[in-house]
Design a protein around this ligand. Structure first.
Ligand code: ADP
Ligand code: MG
Length: 736
């Protein structure tokens, strides 16, 4: 009996005998569950807490700053810091940190204690205004794309007052987190948050101009985001036995389970008790942080789940999504679960995405993508609708770049997720209306009549039309918002949202210019608007697609339409640095040319590193786990055949030798595969041109890895179960 599978058996036993952690929701003195509203946001410095802790005039000024999205007046800082410190100390906080989002896609923090020397050589708690506003972490180890030469490695974090300060609790204490941006000495963006904030400013200006044409009194327009977060959970015991999951976040080998997701019995199925306890604990933690989680359910794949909050202003939603991912991970550990946020942890099983529900709202509570009640409101809606279409049409390359990454390469176009081709879905009703507008089937005299003839006056109906869904579209209209469905599950939402905002701003500017040019030369306003809408409908027709995005016909059709189909990250990222993209970024105030180049560099490097890690992991696993098991199995077969032959002669031996030959051949192919991969890696290492190197990883290195995988998966299927050391798909996905 082999000991190879001892680990697996241990894990199976662990999993089967676990007593699920019970999460006890707090109860009041009568034994009733405490209402969410009673503790919602207790760990955030906002609303009532802020009012209690700050002098009235400071509170008012800070609120104004936040509402306007303006810069914080330095003179406020000391008093705000004092209030924050009081609140933090009362809550048992000992340290503070500027919490920011470097280009790793994760968040970063460096903790400082609230202490300073007093006059008698002891210490007192202190927190100054300048500590609140700015800090200078040793930033040289964060990716910067070469923007900070080593002699000028300084990077600064600066408080982003538009996102509330919060307390992070963990087993080892409490830390005050100050949401911050991360910039270089010369104010270049080193993080994901800065471009997002910049895009909001740009979009605000552009949207206000257009709204002004319609007589709106709004003073601020901001994008809202509701990110639906998908994730997998498997038992920690299985996870700990999979070096590939630990290193790369996905399984690099693994044969298909006998039962996959064919039965579709997981989606919206009843949630297992263990998982339900987990979800409740996650939600409890998130509510304390003022994160409005709303839905939870099983997803399509076994062991896959989803959570979604109520939408918020996009910068806040971006922070909250980051905190949600961290909380999902931290709470998973408490439940002996491992969280997998990777876009494709298991081959052959659906991967995970993050659907970004996006719309624009003004400070008067209106949603720009909500059809209105009057024909004129509907005209305005149409303007914002076609602006969104223009944005995806003109900037599809940049949007594709925004969602690029080694993980999403496995998901996009994998018959479960939107294809890599960026298109927009509107649903039947809106499509008809846009088609009518295009045909100009409204020759009636007055605008009012034309609007009625075009069906625009009936628009309010679509808001309620949720029947018309298209899961295969990367960018789908869902009644009063667009759902950008191609975003990666593990990624920060900041970048896709920043690029989308900027693209929408550009489109709104073009529309504004076109309308005002027409009215200036005497065209009546509504007529001018309709004409501009019509032009936009014609211009963006190619990006609209209502059919099945998974189909091969769509790939052909998209090519005929001249739409981009960028399957892999390197070609997608290259879209960031086309002359048109560089101009776009700089005009929108998102990046200077230097910043785009740097970011392109960082993204390419990240892609290469991701795959390098996979190369090391798969080589290790194959060399130290798969091959040894295969040799043992080969030996077992050989010995058995030999004794068979000794006992009864050649009869049956031929058949059985075939099995042995297959295994021996597979071993040979595996060894060749490893040699090839190592050879290719050396070749890659010598390459100096980064884009070419990334492309080589996408083609040659990935191909070499999948050749290895194919053989390893074959061996997994034939080798005796007791010899196989790695937890199998059927175990990880169905026993956890
Ligand atoms: P579904 O699975 O049907 O897409 P969910 O309820 O899971 O629906 O997610 C929808 C998301 O869209 C939620 O986060 C919701 O708050 C968000 N949402 C709703 N209205 C808007 C809006 N106007 N802007 C942005 N997001 C929105
Ligand atoms: Mg959705």
């Amino acid at each position: 009996m082999s000991s190879n599978s001892a680990g697996r058996l241990w894990a199976i036993k662990e999993v089967s005998s676990r007593t699920p952690r019970v999460f006890n929701w707090p109860v009041d003195k009568d034994g009733n569950a405490v209402k969410i509203s009673e503790f919602y946001g207790v760990n955030t410095f906002t609303g009532k807490t802020m009012r209690d802790k700050l002098p009235k005039h400071i509170y008012t000024k800070l609120q104004e700053t936040i509402k306007k999205g303006a810069k914080l007046d330095k003179s406020l800082a000391n008093e705000v810091a004092h209030g924050v410190k009081e609140w933090a100390l009362e809550n048992g906080v000992t340290h503070f940190t500027h919490w920011f989002q470097p280009q790793t896609g994760l968040t970063a923090e460096k903790h400082d204690a609230f202490i300073t020397y007093d006059d008698e050589g002891g210490v007192i708690e202190r927190f100054s205004g300048s500590q609140l506003i700015q800090s200078e972490p040793d930033a040289s180890s964060f990716p910067s794309g070469g923007m900070r030469a080593t002699f000028e490695a300084r990077g600064y974090t600066a408080w982003d007052a538009s996102s509330p300060i919060f307390i992070n609790e963990d087993a080892n204490g409490k830390t005050l987190c100050i949401p911050s941006v991360f910039i270089s000495y010369h104010s270049q963006a080193l993080d994901n948050k800065t471009p997002l904030l910049r895009s909001m400013t740009t979009l605000n200006n552009s949207a206000l101009k257009v709204l002004g044409l319609f007589g709106s009194k709004a003073q601020r327009v901001s994008p809202s985001l509701g990110p639906e977060q998908e994730y997998f959970l498997i038992d920690q015991a299985f996870y700990s036995l999979r070096p590939d999951l630990i290193a790369a976040g996905r399984t690099l080998i693994g044969a298909k389970p006998p039962k996959g997701q064919e039965l579709e019995d997981h989606y919206f199925g009843s949630i297992k008790e263990r998982i339900q306890a987990y979800m409740q604990e996650v939600e409890f933690e998130l509510y304390k942080l003022g994160i409005p989680v709303k839905t939870r359910h099983n997803e399509v794949a076994p062991s896959q789940y989803e959570t979604a909050p109520i939408y918020e202003e996009v910068n806040l939603a971006a922070d909250h999504n980051q905190m949600t991912m961290e909380t999902l991970r931290a709470v998973a550990k408490r439940h002996n679960l491992a969280l997998l946020l990777h876009e494709k942890p298991f081959a052959g099983i659906n991967g995970s995405g993050k659907h970004n529900n996006w719309s624009l709202g003004d400070d008067l509570g209106n949603n720009m993508l909500e059809p209105g009640k009057t024909p004129s409101e509907n005209l305005q809606f149409l303007v914002f609708l076609v602006a969104s279409l223009k944005a995806v049409h003109k900037r599809s390359g940049i949007l594709r770049a925004a969602i690029a990454g080694s993980g999403n390469d496995h998901r996009l176009g994998a018959n479960e997720a939107p294809p890599a081709i960026i298109s927009a879905f509107l649903g039947e009703q809106l499509t008809n209306i846009l088609d009518n507008i295009e045909k100009g089937e409204a020759t009636a005299k007055s605008t009012e009549e034309r609007v009625i003839a075009l069906g625009i006056s009936q628009l309010p109906d679509i808001a309620r039309d949720y029947t018309d869904r298209n899961r295969t579209s990367p960018f789908a209209f869902t009644g009063n918002k667009f759902e950008f469905r191609a975003v990666a599950s593990s990624a920060s939402v900041s970048i896709p949202m920043a690029y989308l905002n900027a693209a929408a701003a550009e489109a709104l500017d073009e529309i504004y210019d076109a309308i005002t040019a027409k009215t200036a030369s005497g065209t009546e306003f509504s007529k001018a608007v309709l004409e501009v809408v019509k032009d936009a409908v014609v211009e963006t027709k190619d990006v609209r697609f209502e059919g099945n995005g998974y189909s091969a016909e769509w790939v052909e059709e998209a090519a005929r339409r001249g739409l981009l189909n960028l399957a892999k990250t390197p070609e997608a990222l290259a879209q960031m640095v086309t002359p048109s993209a560089i101009e776009f970024f700089s005009k929108a105030g998102i990046y200077t040319e230097e910043e785009v180049e740097a970011r392109y560099h960082v993204n390419l490097e990240r892609y290469i590193k991701d795959i390098e890690i996979e190369v090391h992991a798969i080589s290790d696993i194959v060399r130290t786990m798969v091959l040894p098991a295969a040799f043992q199995f080969q030996e077992r077969l050989a010995t058995s055949i030999k004794s068979l032959k000794d006992l009864i002669g050649d009869k049956y031996v031929t058949e059985q030798t075939k099995e042995l030959t297959n295994v021996a051949a597979a071993i040979g192919r595996l060894q060749e595969g490893l040699a090839k991969l190592s050879h290719k890696s050396e070749e890659a290492e010598a390459m100096e041109d980064l884009p070419a190197k990334a492309a080589f990883f996408a083609s040659d290195i990935m191909a070499a890895m999948s050749e290895i995988r194919e053989v390893a998966d074959y061996l997994e299927e034939v080798i005796a179960d007791d010899l196989w050391p790695l937890p199998k798909y059927r175990e990880m996905l169905f026993l956890s």
